[in-house]
Design a protein around this ligand. Structure first.
Ligand code: ATP
Length: 122
């Protein structure tokens, strides 16, 4: 019983730390702010064009992937700046690759948005 409570308390604490991390991202990262704005716009567009259940799912999956990738990219940037604050070719490469991962997700998100919304204009 004691062990189970400790496990639960630890899980709750982890959720608290994760929530704190999410707030830090929203408060400090310009890209996350932009993505949140895009999320609001796309949600309004979803209601306006009355998109289907599967279109809502595709839209939110892509929003989730892009924003999570952005969060991981920020974490990589923090690690890189912490372990090597000075200029280094390898740090540049590491940051570029992490940013590239966000870029891939963003391109797919734009393609999915095109698949959902372009037919509504044609
Ligand atoms: N210490 C470094 N050494 C070498 N190149 C670096 C270094 N820091 C940044 N760069 C280069 O500058 C680019 C931008 O890095 P920066 O840390 O400013 O990210 P950012 O543009 O602020 O990203 P985000 O908008 O996602 O926060 C990197 O992708 C890399 O090419």
């Amino acid at each position: 019983m004691q062990k189970k409570e400790t496990f639960l308390v630890n899980r709750l604490k982890s959720v608290g730390f994760a929530f704190k991390g999410m707030l830090i991202l929203i408060r400090t990262e310009a890209s996350i702010k932009v993505q949140l704005f895009i999320t609001i716009v796309m949600t309004c567009a979803g209601f306006y064009f009355d998109i289907s259940k599967s279109e809502w799912m595709a839209q939110f999956i892509m929003i989730g992937i892009v924003m999570s990738m952005e969060g991981m990219n920020t974490a990589v940037e923090y690690i890189a700046d912490f372990i090597h604050p000075e200029y280094h070719k390898k740090i540049g490469l590491i940051k570029d690759v992490a940013a590239g991962a966000v870029f891939i997700a963003s391109i797919i998100a734009i393609i999915i948005a095109g698949i959902i919304y372009l037919p509504k204009f044609l």
